[in-house]
Design a protein around this ligand. Structure first.
Ligand code: DX5
Ligand code: ZN
Length: 215
């Protein structure tokens, strides 16, 4: 079953809890939470306190995507706030191995993300200890950008290399037109922000994503 991970970055934060619940009713098993620091990426978003507030709202898997420099400084805060998976960028840390170990020692699943210019080969040595790899199909930092098809070759390579049970996720510019392509190329988890939370009927749109991804 391909999982849909709606990205709350595109939600209206004045009624975030209700919108998250609508996506969960529509079949979202994961909730993708984008954290930006204005340094690793040229934008800012939310921190642990928002995750803490959302935690009692749903049992959905909180898939926290840290787009921050030196993420090892903050993984503990995000684990305490209720993250189920913490994904860091390989480009953001000097010691990825230690960062992954730190996440796992907190009892949280560990993911690593690669920007469009970073090859799959860069994360190959870490795959055995990862629960998820997140392939960026846009430059991280903003929602609503155009999907980059160059992600597809990376998804295929990862599918060939990935150990059993590791999630292959893709993030950026995914909509109902291109979701089938990413799934066919190996993604089993699909992030979508504006194409879900930017729509008037979040529940029905999420359901459509789940159906399209799994047909
Ligand atoms: C981009 C974020 C994405 C973003 C996706 O830096 O990591 O998760 O919210 O938004 P869309 O689906 O609108 O490209
Ligand atoms: Zn993201």
């Amino acid at each position: 079953m391909v999982k849909i991970a709606p990205s709350i970055l595109a939600a209206d934060f004045s009624h975030l809890g209700e919108d998250v619940l609508a996506a969960v009713r529509g079949g979202a098993k994961y909730m993708h939470i984008d954290v930006m620091d204005g340094a690793f990426v040229p934008n800012m978003s939310i921190g642990p306190c928002v995750i803490q507030s959302l935690r009692p709202v749903t049992d959905a898997v909180f898939d926290v995507h840290l787009m921050i420099d030196r993420p090892e400084r903050y993984v503990e805060d995000f684990a305490k706030a209720g993250a189920d998976i913490i994904t860091v960028h390989i480009e953001a840390t000097q010691d990825l191995d230690a960062c992954i170990d730190k996440i796992k020692a907190l009892g949280v699943k560990a993911g690593v993300s690669i920007k469009p210019a970073t090859p799959v080969e860069a994360i190959a040595p870490y795959l055995d200890k990862l629960d998820m790899v997140l392939v960026m199909s846009v430059e991280p930092g903003f929602g609503g950008q155009k999907y980059m098809p160059s992600a597809e070759e990376k998804l295929r390579k990862l599918k060939a290399l990935a150990p059993e049970g590791m999630d292959i996720s893709v993030d950026g510019g995914i909509n109902l037109e291109n979701i089938t392509r990413v799934v066919e190329n190996g993604a089993n988890t699909v992030v979508a922000g504006s194409a879900i939370f930017g729509q008037p009927d979040i529940e029905a749109t999420t359901r459509k994503f789940v159906e399209t991804a799994n047909q």
